[in-house]
Design a protein around this ligand. Structure first.
Ligand code: IMP
Ligand code: MG
Length: 174
């Protein structure tokens, strides 16, 4: 089978510039406080790593895992928890970090689960936003880039578990 080709949509340097901007905003918004960053596995691991290193406020890092894709590029419409947090977030300022908000089902599901655990505050950051595909009206508080309805890979995002390591955000050319 021939491998699909990839084309660069957002180059690594532009991504890094945008992350510095987002981090400046988050550092200001949480000045004098500390933060729990919760990365949604697996897609957010690169964004989380870059964002965390630009933040100067004290923070700890947690991961939560979800699954919604059976295979390929279509969502099953069902979100499942595959890994829970290791520690309580009660009375903590929490920032949930996602790779992309697509249908909105994952962000909506996780927001409600985490809200039930009595954090002091709960906000969301998404590297990408694909508003044209929304099935539930949710919006992240911090958004890296808004993109058109294209299936993207790289910078943590995968197609069938591949391409996560590409430093640029790319589009699959089928
Ligand atoms: P949701 O549809 O908003 O629930 O998004 C579910 C998950 O699907 C995201 O966290 C991503 O991991 C994945 N996803 C959505 N769109 C894309 C894409 O264009 N490329 C790769 N993964 C995607
Ligand atoms: Mg994801």
């Amino acid at each position: 089978m021939p491998q699909p080709r990839v084309e660069v949509l957002i180059p690594a340097e532009r991504i890094q510039n945008r992350i510095r901007e987002l981090a400046t905003q988050i550092n200001n918004d949480y000045a004098g406080r500390s933060l729990v960053l919760i990365g949604v596995l697996k897609g957010s691991f690169v964004f989380l790593a870059d964002l965390a290193r630009c933040l100067t406020i004290p923070l700890r890092i947690e991961f939560i895992g979800t699954k919604s894709y059976e295979h390929g590029t279509t969502t099953s419409g069902q979100v499942q928890l595959t890994k829970d947090l290791d520690k309580s977030i009660e009375n903590e300022d929490v920032l949930l970090v996602e790779d992309i908000v697509d249908t909105g089902l994952t962000l909506n599901y996780l927001f409600h689960i985490l809200q039930q655990r009595s954090p002091r505050s709960l906000k969301t950051a998404a590297f990408l936003d694909k508003p044209s595909r929304r099935r539930i009206q949710v919006e992240a508080d911090y958004i890296g880039f808004t993109i058109e309805d294209k299936f993207v890979v790289g910078y943590g995002l995968d197609f069938e578990q591949k391409y996560r390591n590409l430093p640029d955000l790319c589009v699959l050319v089928q």
